[in-house]
Design a protein around this ligand. Structure first.
Ligand SMILES: *Cc1c(COP(=O)(O)O)cnc(C)c1O
Length: 422
């Protein structure tokens, strides 16, 4: 099936007389006739539902649609994108291990890695999203367990050189994990370029309407965890499950099974069936929305590129953009709806512009149906000095503008009247 069809009908196939739409199974628990049967479920000898912290039919249906959209073998939902990235890495790394990550990643993920996961004893080395093979290889250590990056980084909009990252990862017997939130499976087929595990903040385009927080992880099934002894958590007995060996018992489902029955069991960052239902409603129009988000972003970027009050524009769908070729290679149908630009006159001009917008709302969100924007220097990054801002690629004049799916003419008219106020 084409992606468009998977978005709408996914993997859920109701049988005779069953609900046409994925039903919300609002139950924490599931009934069995005997305790022996329940015992087999607890021992992972049989598969079935027993407690919604581990698995729930609504969430599983939506996870399997997302797995199908990415072209993977198994998927799971988490309570947020933060939880998805934490689980994706923590599933294969522990105290004493090391991860190489692109430095162009979401601020929340950067804090998770650089502060919180360091406290758990996991070390990180940050590299450029366009690092060469040699630069990446130099960052790899004997205890490196994965390479991590974002296909299009939030907010700096850098495109990851996926094939180079995958090549170095595989040469070293480790997987490449990418966060594909901004590109979505509609625009970037990450597994075709060698990515092994993909994560999402479904809060953004996937749900698409700024109504629910959520995350997802999908395994391509392509990485062989048994090729070396780097992943004992998957290839040696798990004492918390009477010695089950995930790769022996679950084959290509090993990674997602472990993340579900061990990490979700112990950490519990579960998505609720209600949220999964809303996420699925969003997914049903993802293919249409993404197309419009990109069309609008391109029109806005083209308008801004020629505007005398605009210092610079970053949108890799513009042929003049320094990452246009990379974007064409990995996302030939478009990148995403987010454009960033600098307003001439720096911080003050940027704030005047933002305050004058009428259609575009100033919110701490991005990638939803309604056009919104953010001035990082005076909000999310306001504690930083101008020098610190420069280090993380956020200039004082930077406006992160997330084009919604309204009419491009109206979005541009709003930008125009706001620029006129400067
Ligand atoms: C928002 C975001 C996250 C975090 O997701 P939440 O759902 O807010 O926890 C992670 N990665 C990227 C690229 C994001 O944009």
């Amino acid at each position: 099936m084409k992606l468009d069809t998977i978005c709408v009908q996914g993997t859920y196939k109701p049988k005779n007389g069953e609900p046409r739409v994925i039903p919300i199974v609002q139950s924490t628990t599931f009934k069995y006739d005997s305790s022996a049967e329940m015992g087999d479920l607890f021992d992972l000898k049989k598969s079935g539902y027993f407690y919604s912290r581990l698995q729930n039919p609504t969430c599983d249906n939506v996870a399997s649609k997302i797995a199908a959209l990415e072209g993977g073998v198994a998927g799971m939902l988490t309570s947020s994108g933060q939880a998805a990235n934490f689980y994706a890495v923590f599933n294969i790394a522990q105290a004493g291990d090391h991860i190489v990550s692109s430095s162009a990643i979401y601020g929340g993920t950067f804090n998770l890695f650089n502060v919180t996961m360091r406290k758990l004893g996991i070390d990180f080395t940050f590299v450029s999203p366009t690092a060469t093979e040699e630069e990446l290889q130099a960052a790899i250590k004997p205890n490196t367990k994965a390479i991590f990056g974002e296909t299009i980084s939030n907010p700096s909009l850098d495109i990851l050189d996926i094939e180079t990252f995958a090549k170095v990862a595989h040469k070293n017997g480790i997987p490449l994990i990418v966060d594909n939130t901004f590109a979505t499976p509609i625009n970037c087929r990450v597994f075709d370029f060698g990515v092994d595990i993909v994560t999402h903040s479904t809060t953004k385009y996937m749900e698409g309407h700024a109504s629910t927080i959520g995350g997802a992880i999908v395994d391509s099934g392509n990485f062989d965890w048994t090729q070396n002894d780097k992943y004992p958590g998957l290839t040696t007995p798990d004492d918390s499950y009477h010695g089950v060996v995930y790769t022996d018992t679950f084959g290509k489902g090993a990674y997602i099974t472990k993340a579900t029955v061990q990490l979700m069991r112990d950490l519990g960052s579960v998505q609720s069936p209600n949220e999964a239902f809303l996420l699925n409603v969003g997914l049903e129009s993802l293919h249409l929305r993404i197309q419009r988000h990109c069309e609008n972003a391109k029109k806005v970027a083209e308008y801004l590129e020629n505007h005398p009050k605009i210092e610079w524009v970053k949108c890799s769908m513009l042929p003049s953009d320094s990452q246009y070729a990379l974007a064409q290679k990995y996302m030939p149908n478009g990148t995403c709806g987010v454009v960033s630009f600098g307003v001439k006159g720096g911080r003050n001009a940027a704030t005047t512009f933002m305050d004058s917008l009428e259609l575009a709302a100033v919110v701490t969100h991005v990638a939803d149906a309604r056009t919104c924007c953010l001035h990082p220097a005076s909000t999310t990054h306001r504690q930083l000095t101008d020098e610190q801002l420069a280090e993380c690629g956020v200039t004082p004049d930077l406006v992160r503008f997330s084009c919604g799916i309204e009419a491009a003419e109206d979005i541009i008219a709003d930008i125009e009247q706001a620029l006129n106020k400067i």
